[in-house]
Design a protein around this ligand. Structure first.
Ligand SMILES: [Mg+2]
Length: 210
């Protein structure tokens, strides 16, 4: 079936994990967990590891199982202003995105303010028709089937006609299960046994456009 749209994840997809930006987000989430749960770092991370597979995000887990309610305080703590300052405009990425023959959007499990900061630092904010953030999904984003369906309904496209690219295997798998054209971006070759399409460089996307 002819493709109509390309949906991009944001973090570690439109910029490289080498910037360490998402590692810093992860560190702030861990600090938040230690403070909120009153556990050691190791205990807090163990608890999350045991439970996170049922949820799309750490916040979703905290709300569902730990009685957490202050959404805005959480996002303020893990996405402080200036979080994207190590990124700089990426004219090569911009040219690549502009060369793609299909409209593009963002599907992220982050809040909108984070997406806006990243896209603006990279100098590509004007290249996307839509940004679907985690609040838009009522805090239940990828890999939930409803999040993908809600996104595609808004775009007026189908899983079969929408290419989705993300660096997190379980998010891409969630999309492939729906019959979607999902591609894993695995820049560091961390998932050689991944059973669905996998690329190591975003530029390889062009091989999937038909
Ligand atoms: Mg990502």
């Amino acid at each position: 079936m002819t493709l109509h749209y390309i949906l991009f994840d944001l973090d570690n997809t439109l910029y490289s994990p080498r910037y360490g930006l998402e590692l810093n987000v992860g560190r702030r989430i861990a600090e938040f967990l230690v403070a909120y749960l009153g556990l050691s770092l190791e205990e807090a991370l163990n608890q999350r590891r045991e439970r996170i597979q049922r949820y799309g995000t750490t916040l979703e887990w905290l709300i569902a199982e730990k009685g957490y309610t202050d959404i805005e305080a959480y996002y303020k703590a893990i996405h402080p202003e200036g979080e994207a300052d190590t990124l700089s405009p990426d004219p090569t990425l911009r040219a690549f995105l502009e060369s793609l023959p299909l409209p593009r959007g963002i599907l992220t499990n982050s809040p909108r303010e984070h997406a806006d900061r990243i896209l603006s630092r990279l100098g590509i904010a004007d290249l996307f028709t839509h940004i679907f953030d985690i609040r838009w999904h009522g805090l239940k984003g990828k890999p939930h089937a409803e999040a993908f369906h809600r996104t595609l309904n808004a775009l007026g496209t189908l899983p079969e006609t929408t290419l989705f690219i993300d660096d997190t295997p379980r998010y891409v798998t969630g999309y492939c299960i729906l019959g979607g054209q999902g591609i894993l971006l695995d820049e560091e070759n961390a998932y050689p046994a991944y059973p669905h399409p996998r690329i190591q460089n975003l530029r390889e996307l062009t091989g999937f456009l038909h």
